[in-house]
Design a protein around this ligand. Sequence first.
Ligand SMILES: Nc1nc2c(ncn2[C@@H]2O[C@H](COP(=O)(O)OP(=O)(O)OP(=O)(O)O)[C@@H](O)[C@H]2O)c(=O)[nH]1
Ligand SMILES: Nc1nc2c(ncn2[C@@H]2O[C@H](COP(=O)(O)OP(=O)(O)OP(=O)(O)O)[C@@H](O)[C@H]2O)c(=O)[nH]1
Ligand SMILES: [Mg+2]
Ligand SMILES: [Mg+2]
Lengths: 287, 274
Amino acid sequence: LLTQRFSKAFSKVENSRKLTEKQINDFLREIRSALLESDADYEVVKDFLKRVREKALQEDLTKKVSPFEHLLLTVYEELVKVLGGAVSELKKGTVLFVGLQGTGKTTTIGKLAKYLKDKGFKVAVSSTDVRRPAAMLQLQRLAEKIEVPYYHFGEGLSALEIAKKAQAKAKEDGVDYLLLDTAGRLHIDEELMEELSSIKSAVSPSEVLYVADAMQGQEALRTAKVFHEKVGLTGAVLTKMDGDARGGVAFSLRSALGIPIKFVGVGEKLEDIEPFYPDRVAQRIMG
Amino acid sequence: IFAGRKVDEELLEELEERLIRADIGVKTAGQLVEELRKEAIRKNIKTWEGLLPVLREKLLSYIGGCKGELKEGKVYLFLGVNGSGKTTTIGKLAHRFKSQGKKVLLCAGDTFRSAAIEQLQVWAQRSGADIVYKEEGADPASVVYQALEKAQKENYDVVLIDTAGRLHTKEPLIRELRKIKQVVQKFYPEEPTETLLVLDATIGQNSLSQAKVFKEAVDVSGIVLTKLDGSAKGGAVVPICTELKIPIKLLGVGEGLEDLQEFEPKTFVEELTS
Ligand SMILES: Nc1nc2c(ncn2[C@@H]2O[C@H](COP(=O)(O)OP(=O)(O)OP(=O)(O)O)[C@@H](O)[C@H]2O)c(=O)[nH]1
Ligand SMILES: Nc1nc2c(ncn2[C@@H]2O[C@H](COP(=O)(O)OP(=O)(O)OP(=O)(O)O)[C@@H](O)[C@H]2O)c(=O)[nH]1
Ligand SMILES: [Mg+2]
Ligand SMILES: [Mg+2]
């Protein structure tokens, strides 16, 4: 099925058994377009194809029956390799959820709380989002649906104060996982990034999960980098993968920052979360 | 950025990279750079300083036609994928209409997502607008109908309808959206005045797919491009404009009541190429 998409590039070279470097470059340029159209980061794509090209030139492609099919397979395998090797596991403790506005943090917490509870763990959730209208109510409602304790503290507390109180209560209750929500924020908002950093220092999370929208464009990696530098990401969750976004951001995060994609959001309901399958995502990125 | 540099293949390649990084898309960026290359040869342009105005003029020709004023009327319908900024945008627009002395009614058409109604209620309070809502899980079309009845009976100037976020790939949800629009049209044949697609500027090439499907399904009359206060440039509206000609009516530039701006093609092009 992958060859269907590249059939135009194939037909140009199908009949030539002798492979020239120019033909390889032209073919890789087609692949470059496909990867960029999937929103994979420009620099990441550049470096990736450079590696693939070197690998291709080392092999004697003229000995292959269909050299370009082999080249395409090489790209696919390399992509799977880059994406893979992640485990959909979370270390016990406080799990902090961070990211840009509207990416699906609050909903993801609901889903993961259910996922972990179904696995037999003791889970609690809390929100440090003092900004967004009805943000805390949103998480509270989700928690009620799955019968997981929602820690609520008084009005007028700062995000940092709530984080500390939630951590203390989680310890007191002996929970395995405290899932902590934060307000969506811009990576260029110094004050809010500083707030996030102070929350992290205060609760020493076992995991810091970057919640990224699968449809994010070329700024995805640069944004994640700032979050990573500020709070140290231990994993990512890719949301809204039930749409038709190709999800190139997964490739960018894993390749450039080494961040494992731990879970994938595939819908709006609380059961709509899955582990990350690198081969499926690789096929999707390649279109 | 390319100050003082001479126009050569290396510059053009870096320019193409910048355009792709602004989410303009591989095809559009390639097309644009190819046109610039030809222009540079024809007009013997040797420096970046000479090329930049040509680039801006070309981009302006691509999106200049998509400048659109928000039409004056009664009903404004908001739609878009999950998390794009619909509810917040309604709060901002309600504030704007209120400051124009209008009597504003909000309709809590998102009956699905947790606390969606309460979120819109806060915006009603903040903007001074009134709100019509039903219980969570109610049929959105029935809430819309109820809002239109109240608007008519109590002489509201404008009704802003919030809908649940929905991925354009979900056929049943698209059908639901069509039904909501039909309720408005049955009530007031001249309405809705605007069918606004709310697009998140941080989204890449999927924006084009969203715009295509929503336009096809409910005939979108305008776009609101949100989260431009971030680092994303929202370049996906360039191919959307050239392919679908949907006017861009408003820009979201923050999370507060006042963070709503007009779309100025010249300013947008400058931002894109700064
Ligand atoms: N289709 C789909 N929708 C999702 C998914 N995850 C979240 N959503 C929806 O995306 C929207 C935003 O989700 P939220 O959980 O409010 O996002 P958030 O990151 O907490 O937003 P802020 O707190 O404002 O930054 C909601 O409509 C969710 O139902 C997913 O995997 N698929
Ligand atoms: N920085 C920034 N954030 C915005 C802007 N517009 C909306 N947001 C934020 O984006 C997040 C999602 O906004 P909502 O208004 O809930 O989006 P929505 O489309 O109604 O979401 P659903 O109803 O869940 O589909 C919130 O955290 C908003 O504060 C904007 O212009 N700039
Ligand atoms: Mg949230
Ligand atoms: Mg909403």
